[in-house]
Design a protein around this ligand. Structure first.
Ligand code: SF4
Ligand code: SF4
Length: 138
């Protein structure tokens, strides 16, 4: 099955266990409960959203105006039960007045820029809240 372009970014966006800081703490990433589990780095992107909810890629930094936290272009597609990148799926989701021609041009550029379809390039180690030490889904 060919997956539609999920959110996918060009690294580096940090490595190791979800970017633990010097104090040994771990960032909490909020994702849709139906989001698929993150696959191994190098596997086909399944739209889990971990990478883009953690840190924006270089394109996402421009779109979001920040280097940390969820990218503004990340959105949840309920029918597909996947996260998507608005730069690839349609930037008018973010900028409704963007001309169609500019949207299409941006789609082409974004696909190349974020290497859509090239596989998961995020090596963050993630665990669900209930699986983390002291965690709970309650
Ligand atoms: S690139 Fe990896 S972490 Fe990012 S959405 Fe795709 S599968 Fe998830
Ligand atoms: S621009 Fe797209 S691929 Fe990059 S971080 Fe944002 S949602 Fe993810």
């Amino acid at each position: 099955m060919t997956l539609p372009p999920g959110p996918h970014g060009t690294g580096p966006r940090g490595t190791g266990p979800a970017g633990n800081d010097a104090a040994g703490t771990y960032p909490v990433i909020l994702l849709h409960a139906d989001a698929p589990a993150k696959p191994a780095s190098g596997a086909a992107c399944n739209g889990c959203g971990v990478c883009c909810a953690w840190q924006p890629c270089p394109l996402g930094v421009l779109v979001s105006g920040r280097r940390q936290g969820a990218c503004r272009a990340l959105w949840w597609s309920a029918p597909h039960r996947q996260y998507r990148c608005a730069m690839v799926s349609g930037a008018r989701r973010l900028w409704p007045r963007l001309p169609a021609l500019a949207e299409r041009a941006l789609q082409g550029l974004a696909r190349r820029w974020i290497a859509a379809g090239a596989g998961c390039d995020c090596d963050a180690e993630v665990s669900r809240a209930a699986d983390a030490p002291g965690g709970s889904r309650d």
